[in-house]
Design a protein around this ligand. Structure first.
Ligand code: ZN
Length: 506
């Protein structure tokens, strides 16, 4: 059995090497590649992805997994070997169930649609992408159809990113969140808006980058196993557990962009840097789901990075880095500015409090599309109606409405948005558990010390990689199932203090 397991690992390592090479090409494309490289780069990436997919769906892998099944069952569920076999089988079966000809058709359509969207969005021309999106919907439904036995047609699509989550679970969770969130949003947005002009001055890029790097190193991002570069859309990526990189985007006219974006991506990267080194080169060397990974970026960005205690330590340092801009701005005023709440149109720029309303709109609309209860041609109008109903404002155009996110225009419709809100909910649940285990964490943060929190996260989340599913991880750590309670409690405490409102439902 040891020999068969070794044979499986050898094959997985080759697949991982191909995927890592593709990721490096992608990183280079987003950072330093001259525009002239685009055509060849697209071909190179698709060659590597195809080779990796062929190797993953090789029947020899299926044979090894069959041979190893009895061995797996003889081992403890969470032993590294049983976990490796189990997680590999899940990936193998998912990849092998979809015919390569369909995947090729979907990939090609997605590339064409994405190109069309990059032109249609600035031109505010939804009509140009509507027929493409109609085909995307057909293909999305066909993709789900390769996984029979689902309860809701979106369930197999959600499985790709957030394995184990279903529409019925998410609908219940989101309804619960929404019911408690809306009264807080209404109470806060009824108050006079916070002034965030202190963030909207000129802040030179080199100082912004230096400050951000200092912050994330103190949080625990290891630059011996990582680096930061600039790209138009910030992201994190890894080529091995010893090389986990992030990018940031600097806006010299707005301090918040690089500052919080850097902490967000460092949250993703510290996760990957903390995975058990023995998992290198296997499917275990990743988080278990988009939601769990996002829980860590949001924990560091929001629960830590937008907290009062954090700035008690860092604000004097930020003032020293930007004396002209900030010496006359009090810590209170700065803290209020970075936590400004407003009814807004753009998801990625939304504040912590209204953010999830943006996600839920998208989630509901993609379910309605997949169910056949909403036609693509009616999408822009329904989008405006929902924004008016939920956020009290409607986009004046489709550019800042239904065309603002790339998701539906770059892959399938369905399974793409729930992870963001799951990340917020799980992040608060994990943070709450960390604070119960270590009540000294807030006082340490005020001193610029993050070691206790980082170690706790590494011990309970990072090191396990993809060994446990999101649901298992939540239950192991908190002793409870996924719940919005810690998140709502956190939002109520924070925003009632900031805006002087009581947030009990009307
Ligand atoms: Zn993220």
């Amino acid at each position: 059995m040891k020999a068969k397991l070794q044979a499986l690992k050898t094959r997985l390592l080759e697949i991982d090497d191909l995927n890592a090479a593709a990721s490096l090409l992608q990183w280079d494309q987003a950072t330093y590649m001259p525009p002239g490289g685009a055509v060849a780069r697209g071909r190179q990436q698709s060659t590597l992805s195809r080779l990796a997919h062929e190797k993953l769906t090789d029947p020899a892998i299926g044979g090894l997994l069959d041979d190893l099944q009895a061995y797996e069952e003889s081992l403890p569920y969470d032993s590294p070997e049983a976990s490796l076999i189990r997680v590999t089988r899940r990936k193998y079966e998912r990849a092998a169930q979809v015919p390569p000809s369909f995947m090729a058709e979907l990939n090609e359509h997605a590339a064409v649609t994405y190109q069309a969207w990059t032109r249609a969005r600035p031109a505010d021309d939804f009509a140009a992408v509507q027929p493409l999106l109609e085909k995307t919907l057909v293909l999305s439904r066909r993709l789900a159809g390769f996984f029979p036995g689902y309860e809701h047609i979106a369930d197999p699509l959600i499985d790709y990113a957030d394995y184990g989550m279903t529409v019925s679970m998410l609908r219940a969770l989101f309804a619960d969140l929404r019911e408690q969130l809306v009264p807080i949003v209404q109470a806060v947005t009824a108050q006079p808006p916070t002034d965030d002009s202190c963030l909207r001055q000129h802040f030179a890029a080199p100082q912004q980058i230096a400050f951000g790097l200092d912050v994330i190193q103190r949080l625990g991002y290891d630059l011996d196993r990582g680096r930061q570069d600039q790209s138009p859309h910030p992201f994190s990526t890894h080529f091995s557990l010893g090389d986990v990189r992030i990018t940031t985007r600097v806006n010299e006219g707005y301090l918040g962009s690089a500052l919080f974006g850097t902490m967000h991506e460092a949250g993703h990267a510290m996760y990957d840097q903390g995975i058990c080194p023995d998992f290198e080169g296997t499917p275990l060397a990743d988080g278990p789901s988009a939601g769990v990974h996002e829980s860590q970026s949001r924990l560091w960005e929001n629960l830590v990075g937008r907290s009062r205690g954090f700035w008690r330590f860092f604000y004097p340092r930020l003032q020293a880095a930007f004396p002209e801009q900030l010496s006359g701005v009090s810590e209170d005023a700065f803290y209020a500015a970075i936590n400004q709440v407003e009814r807004s149109l753009i998801r990625v720029a939304a504040d912590e409090l209204t953010y999830n309303l943006h996600v839920m709109i998208r989630f509901d609309l993609e379910l309605a599309l997949l169910e056949g209860n909403l036609a693509v041609r009616d999408l822009p109008g329904v989008w405006r109606e929902r924004y008016l109903a939920d956020l009290g404002i409607a986009p004046p155009n489709d550019r800042d409405g239904v065309m603002q996110d790339m998701h539906w225009y770059s892959w399938v419709i369905g399974g793409m948005f729930q992870g963001y809100t799951l990340g917020n909910v799980m992040g608060a649940q994990f943070f709450d558990a960390a604070l119960r285990a270590h009540p000294e964490i807030p006082a340490e943060m005020e001193q610029g010390e993050f070691g206790t929190l980082h170690r706790w996260l590494k011990d309970h989340i990072y090191q396990h990689g993809a060994k446990y599913t999101a649901t298992e991880l939540v239950e192991r750590i908190t002793g409870q199932s996924l719940s919005v309670e810690p998140y709502i409690r956190y939002l109520k405490e924070k925003y009632s203090a900031l805006y002087g409102v009581t947030s009990s439902p009307p």
